[in-house]
Design a protein around this ligand. Structure first.
Ligand code: FES
Length: 150
């Protein structure tokens, strides 16, 4: 089995895995970083969103062999204490319902706001469009993203 050197949340790890193992499973099963969630496994729901060099990426579709030179950030690494502005806004807006999709939502939102710090509501809706929430808490999620941008 090949070995891969990974940089996850600022720490170095070496993992043994088949080249096509999705990063999602490396994070969850090898590194026990279970904040990143499995939803669909086919790139449709956004629950597994992480950052690769600051950009939102679906970890279920990303093979471990492609990320050796990238800085990987998971929800656990976004801030040490939940103090990232998106996380603070999430709490203030009471955004989650069941909570399952929230890590992916927050990772998408934080990457989006880094690129577009003052988005319109329409831009927020478009950016968050690919992150599915089975509780349909979309209004509160959009509100939280807007609050984080203020
Ligand atoms: Fe990756 Fe759904 S689990 S997009």
């Amino acid at each position: 089995m090949p070995e891969y050197n990974l940089n996850v949340n600022g720490q170095s790890f070496t993992v043994e895995a088949a080249a096509d193992t999705p990063v999602l499973w490396v994070l969850r099963d090898h590194l026990r970083l279970v904040g990143t969630k499995y939803g669909c496994g086919i790139g449709q729901c956004g629950a597994c969103t992480i950052h690769l060099d600051g950009k939102a990426q679906r970890s279920c579709l990303t093979p471990v062999s492609s990320v050796e030179n990238a800085k990987i950030t998971t929800i656990e690494g976004l801030s040490e204490d939940g103090s990232h502005p998106v996380q603070v806004a999430w709490k203030e807006a009471d955004a989650p319902q069941c909570g399952y999709c929230q890590a992916g939502q927050i990772m998408t939102a934080s990457s989006f706001l880094r690129e577009n710090p003052a988005p319109s509501n329409e831009e927020i809706r478009k950016a968050m469009h690919g992150n599915i929430c089975r509780c349909a808490a979309y209004n509160r999620i959009e509100k939280a993203v807007a609050m984080a941008s203020e």
